[in-house]
Design a protein around this ligand. Structure first.
Ligand code: NAD
Length: 348
């Protein structure tokens, strides 16, 4: 496979850094554009040392049309991965205008730049949030999109911009829209001593690590009366390395094997409840996670799980990690992040 010249927008963030790392590891040329507003800047050092002299980084807000255009014209990528953006659904209710400006306005600037230099493939990071809470499970890409937060709406609008870009020149361009479900874990390269992910995150895995670190006395589980077997929400937890692999697969697939626009669910395809996740983490780590019940959150779907059969066919990709792998990854994270053992850690 010929190495590609790839621009990763948002490449210093959680998902972007894993994608950029795997691109570098598989021999591609990578440039990164990011405003460093919501990431650990040490991720950039990791990428820069992996890449060596070839690495180009631009600190830039995707809302800055001129600067985005200048960097895209200089880097001249064949492929753009657009993984930057704001992602907190509850915050988006308070700050809808900023979510719109970044997630929609920023995407518009990127597709315009892609248009100018003849990018052949644009891969857009979307979200299961575009499906809303229809109650359908598992969710296929053909299911209705009825987002229930400004965040989900901005992702859907971003998708439309990317689709329109591809349809302007359907013989040359391919748009791949990836709707991620619940990403978990970090590669050891991105785990730093004594550093745990910020609390307050909606991400269950990170919240568990916060409790293990003693930053939070207990884990709040939102709702115990959902229409699920154990009353807690059911989700599709997918390992970050599987997500990164899906991006590599998206590069390898020849254009003639792709539709002009491909919409792909990126999940594990497995339904696991919040309680099952906690129990599995406790089993594997030997750490008891004290929990308390909180109220159900408005708009939380009882079950959100991906049907990934179309993605498997389209990309020749399979999710390879299950919940046990994810929990093992979290235990590894605990051990790497702490010079001393966490206060509740009792190794088995
Ligand atoms: P993240 O916050 O870790 O990374 C986002 C990156 O974008 C950061 O490096 C940040 O500095 C950068 N960024 C933010 N605003 C920017 C701007 N205006 N200009 C330039 N750079 C900017 O988020 P993530 O978890 O890596 O998520 C990446 C994408 O995946 C998001 O678009 C999100 O909607 C989508 N997504 C994430 C999840 C998840 O649970 N992590 C789930 C579904 C979809």
């Amino acid at each position: 496979m010929t190495p590609k010249n790839v621009l990763v927008v948002g490449g210093v963030g959680y998902i972007g850094s894993h994608v950029a790392r795997l691109l570098l590891r598989t021999g591609h040329r990578v440039s990164v554009l990011d405003d460093l507003s919501s990431c650990d800047p040490r991720n950039l050092q990791v990428l820069s040392s992996l890449a060596g002299a070839d690495f180009q980084f631009c600190r830039c807000d995707i809302r800055d049309e001129k600067k985005v255009q200048g960097f895209v014209e200089m880097a001249r990528p064949e492929i753009i991965f657009h993984i930057a953006g704001l992602k907190d659904a509850s915050e988006s209710f308070q700050d809808a205008a900023r979510y719109h400006a970044v997630n929609v306005g920023g995407t518009e600037n990127l597709v315009e730049s892609a248009d100018r230099i003849g990018v052949e493939r644009f891969v857009f990071s979307s979200s299961a949030a575009v499906y809303g809470a229809t109650g359908l499970a598992p969710i296929t890409e053909c299911h209705p999109t009825v987002p229930i937060s400004p965040y989900g709406e901005t992702k859907l609008l971003g998708e439309s911009l990317v689709k329109a870009w591809a349809k302007q020149a359907p013989s040359d361009r391919r748009a791949i829209i990836m709707r991620y479900f619940n990403p978990c874990c970090r590669h050891p390269d991105f785990v730093y001593p004594k550093a745990f992910p910020k609390l307050g995150s909606a991400n269950l895995a990170d919240a568990i690590l916060g409790v293990v670190a003693g930053d939070q006395p207990q884990l709040t589980i939102f709702g115990n009366a959902h229409p699920t077997p154990d009353g807690t929400c059911q989700r599709d937890f997918v390992h970050i390395e599987d997500i990164a692999q899906a991006h590599i697969a998206a590069i390898h697939k020849p254009a003639n094997a792709l539709e002009t626009v491909e919409i792909l669910n990126i999940g594990s395809g497995a339904t696991r409840s919040v309680l099952e996740f906690i129990t599995e983490f406790e089993r594997i780590s030997g750490v008891a996670i004290p929990c308390s019940w909180g109220p159900m959150r408005v708009g939380d779907a009882a079950t959100s799980v991906a049907d990934v059969s179309h993605t498997q066919l389209c990309l020749d990709w399979r999710p390879s990690m299950n919940l046990s792998h994810i929990c093992l990854g979290l235990v590894k994270h605990m051990e790497l992040a702490q010079n001393t053992r966490p206060r509740k850690y009792t190794s088995q």
